[in-house]
Design a protein around this ligand. Structure first.
Ligand code: BDR
Ligand code: CA
Length: 307
């Protein structure tokens, strides 16, 4: 089977960085572009980190800049306590070259048209760029194979608020628009991503297989694991964004329910995902083989494909 053409829309972010490296390394994926969005860090920092990660891995993919703020609401603060001020823990990332001249939304539309129904868009930050693409290029709904989103929580409590997951909470209007649009959406939310964990012993094996990228990921992981020790009581981290990559490469690792849902906006519970018979049908990942997903990600990262 030929590799899946993929655009990864991201706000790197430590688990984003792991997802980016895994997407570059995965033989099942043909990474067409990275697109960046505000979220874990300001969009300028997301750009610098995405360019740095791609260059470190030797991947010559376009990296395009996207939204700096949510569609409607005021920009939320960036969670420096989770990912570090620069987004990659204590790593200091040098300035990179100019971004791709196209905006994130325009690049998505261009690649979707060129790939003629095969492109998967994997979004692992706030969904603002996808919502802009829908508004500016409505034909995109018929041109992508599917949209896979790391975000939301259906039966599981939120993380940034008791009722909401961070990516949906940071731009609930965008999340609502993307889930309501007429394209196939798979939601990889906290119902499954908190079952997928990475531990220090895993990360310590990486530099031997990927000297440059492995060291970057090990350094960034140390910060993220510190956050999880303090807030979640285990030495390791959740692999939110990388888990959603495995939903693209190995959907059999997930149990998925087709549920009609909507995302709450402008209410007391912005970003909450609620079942609603009038909502759009979304494939919601509801349970997962966490250890199996971790093994698959480790195989990608340690395959020898990364520098
Ligand atoms: C999501 O929020 C961010 O902190 C992570 O990168 C992930 O995309 C998890 O709620
Ligand atoms: Ca992210």
């Amino acid at each position: 089977m030929s590799a899946i053409p993929l655009i990864l829309d991201t706000d790197p972010g430590i688990d984003d960085a792991i997802a980016i490296m895994a997407a570059i390394a995965a033989p099942q994926i043909d990474l067409k572009a990275l697109t960046t969005v505000f979220g874990n860090v300001p969009v300028a920092t997301a750009m610098r980190n995405a360019q740095f990660l791609a260059a470190s891995a030797g991947a010559a993919v376009p990296v395009a800049k996207g939204a700096a703020a949510p569609l409607v609401q005021a920009p939320p603060p960036h969670p420096a306590f989770v990912h570090g001020v620069g987004g990659l823990g204590a790593l200091s990332v040098p300035d990179q070259g100019p971004p791709d001249p196209r905006s994130a939304a325009d690049l998505m539309a261009e690649v979707a048209a060129a790939e003629a129904g095969r492109l998967v868009i994997l979004a692992v930050g706030p969904l603002t760029n996808l919502a802009i693409a829908l508004d500016r290029h409505p034909q995109i709904t018929a041109q992508v194979a599917r949209v896979v989103v790391m975000g939301g929580a259906l039966r599981h409590p939120g993380n940034v608020r008791p009722y909401a997951e961070a990516n949906f909470w940071q731009d609930p209007d965008a999340a609502a628009a993307v889930l309501a649009a007429d394209w196939p959406v798979t939601m990889v939310g906290l119902d499954v991503t908190e079952t997928v964990r990475l531990y220090p012993d895993d990360v310590d094996t990486l530099p031997a297989r990927a000297p440059v990228c492995g060291k970057i990921l090990r350094e960034a992981f140390a910060h993220y694991a510190g956050f999880h020790v303090e807030t979640r009581g285990f030495d390791g981290c959740f692999l939110h964004d990388p888990a959603s990559l495995v939903a693209v490469t190995d959907p059999g690792c997930f149990e998925t329910w087709r549920v009609r849902v909507r995302v709450e906006t402008g209410t007391e519970t912005p970003g909450a995902v609620v079942e609603d018979p009038a909502g759009a049908p979304v494939d919601v990942c509801i349970s997962a083989d966490g250890p199996g997903i971790r093994r698959r990600l480790m195989a990608m990262l340690g395959s020898g494909a990364l520098r």
